[in-house]
Design a protein around this ligand. Sequence first.
Ligand code: BT5
Length: 325
Amino acid sequence: MRRQILMELCRHPGNFVSGKQISESLGVSRVAVWKHIEALKAEGYDIQGVTGRGYKIAELHNIIIPEDVEKNLSTRIIGRELYVFKEVDSTNQVARKLLRDNRAGEGAVIVAGRQTGGRGRRGRSWESPVGGLWFSLISRPGLALSETALLSLVFAVAVSRALEKFVAQPVLLKWPNDIYISGKKAVGILLEMSGELDKAEYLITGIGINVNLPVSSLGSAGELATSLQEESGQPLEMSRVLAEVLNFLEKYYLFFLEHGFSSILNEFKARCWHLGQDIKVEANNRVLQGRNIDIDESGSLLLDTGDKMERLTTGDVALIKRGGV
Ligand code: BT5
């Protein structure tokens, strides 16, 4: 019922809806409406109540409404099981807990309005205030760990394709799976898997997309970051962005399982802004410099250092600027 009341308010963003109207359309008492509204406020929803006028919700575009996501979803598996939270520590953490309790199936998606302990790769943190799309996808592709790891690149291509629908600027990739717009980071992806070498038991893909937030809300990380709103000049409806991203994730996931990596790799390379460039890569406590001559069928980055060809399976890439690093 709480969710239905929320939806009723969301149908009239910025306008008051009377308690009487809500109680009549949902068939509950006005006292019950009031109690549910109070509970929604306690969950953190920005709802204003004025005697004689009713209730009004603000900040609509930042709210994920499962029914709105579903309306725009064309998937069979991904996102059909959807968990929406106002706030969590990390959606990857919640995903792991759901898996441990045997409560989440293939394609389940966990999304949160904000994260208090958002995680990046290699122990780094991920700023996750209100206005971003922070979610994790659970999958069991049934492949060896090495093949499962390719999904990191596959999903990066999928998310970039989805985001192109919302911004006019090119959406580019940094190996292995960062997404850049106008030279700044708009999306980060974190893959966590578990299982034996020859078969991953499960994969949790955490995806963070800066949608409606001002980069000033990201602290020092904001200097090198951008958001879809900053790029497109307008706030976007979070539920629609999520549905579109999930649609592309499923399309690429199923294509990868059926046809393999080759053609998706070509798409990755076509969008990769440092391919063919002089770069430096920090990996396993080493810093290497050279020309990025390819990304191969195993998803590794090939770096020609002048002395030898390095094949890197992980690392942080930066361009070498003219006249220095
Ligand atoms: C990543 O790590 O790019 C992976 C981020 C994955 C976040 C999602 S959100 C849903 C799910 N739940 C989680 O807890 N995590 C996943 P990495 O390549 O290590 O990048 C981290 C670095 O990016 C930080 O050290 C900052 O410099 C910068 N950064 C932090 N927050 C950012 C943001 N919101 N936008 C752009 N850059 C950010």
